[in-house]
Ligand binder design. Structure first.
Ligand code: NAD
Length: 258
């Protein structure tokens, strides 16, 4: 990591569940690059684990619970962050969820409730974060969301999550357009498959990892630290001319036809 790249910047990392979370790798990279951080976990179930991670890293980050399905949680998160940390220079959106049944059955079976849940947690939550957080963001601030190739290609088993990621990526573009006048950039990073809590909910995930290794030009899977590196670049002023973009960190997998 480039030391000092995020020196003097404040960042909010949304969605650490455990040590394998991509959001945790991003938090560590941003901390190493000099940022002061606020970190969220979903609810009490994750509180102790995330607090131990932060203590172990000695990063003095502030911790907040935030569940986007609880009305008012996102708004009160930003009120608390403003009180404790002040203005923000970057936000990572790493929230995603779809009910297991919707990932197990064929996409054609998707119920409205499962469709709506996936959209709410995995896509509309970015809109809510941008709306509630924009007044707190400094000029040149950067929002980064985590997407996946299932947004534009059929990945068996990814189903309703793929449709939510399509919506997330479209939201990145619309939000980039809305917030550009405030100097706020909005981008997505699209990682290849990485073994995390959420990923294990996708049926056939082990096969996905293998297929990726077999097809990707770099002939391997990617590490969360590589996603964190690209995200840190998008947080930093080095990417000041980039907005509305989806940046693949997938060892080149998405360029392959056969
Ligand atoms: P993860 O399970 O560590 O992170 C997902 C986070 O979403 C968790 O912290 C979880 O608590 C949070 N979340 C779920 N429902 C929520 C709610 N109602 N309110 C607030 N938070 C909620 O898994 P991850 O793989 O690190 O996922 C992070 C992001 O990366 C997700 O957007 C995921 O789709 C994306 N992604 C993951 C992979 C992969 O292979 N792991 C690949 C591409 C993109």
């Amino acid at each position: 990591m480039v030391r000092g790249l995020l020196e003097g910047k404040n960042g909010l990392i949304l969605g650490v569940a455990n040590a394998n979370s991509i959001a945790w790798a991003v938090a560590r990279a941003a901390h190493d690059a000099g940022a002061d951080l606020a970190i969220t976990y979903q609810n009490d179930r994750f509180a102790r684990r995330v607090s131990k991670l932060v203590d172990g890293e000695d990063m003095a980050a502030r911790l907040y619970a935030c569940d986007v399905t609880v009305p008012g949680d996102v708004r009160s998160l930003f009120e608390e962050v403003e009180r404790d940390l002040g203005k923000l220079d970057f936000i990572l959106h790493a929230w995603a969820f779809a009910p297991k049944e919707a990932l197990a059955a064929d996409y054609v079976e998707t119920s409205w409730d499962d469709f709506a849940t996936a959209q709410r947690v995995s896509a509309h939550s970015l809109v809510e974060v941008a709306r509630e957080g924009r007044h707190l963001m400094r000029e040149k601030a950067s929002i980064v969301a985590l997407s996946y190739l299932g947004s534009e290609r059929v990945v068996p088993g990814y189903n309703v999550m793929g449709v939510a990621k399509a919506s997330l990526e479209a939201s990145v573009r619309y939000l980039a357009s809305d917030l550009g006048a405030l100097g706020i950039r909005v981008n997505a990073v699209s990682p290849g498959p990485i073994n995390t809590l959420s990923a294990r909910g996708v049926s056939g995930f082990g096969e996905m990892l293998k297929q990726h290794r077999d097809v990707a030009p770099l002939e391997r899977n990617v590490e969360a630290e590589e996603v964190a590196g690209a995200t840190t670049f998008l947080f930093s002023d080095m990417s000041s001319g980039i907005t509305g973009e989806v940046l693949y960190v997938d060892a080149g997998y998405h360029i392959m036809g056969v």
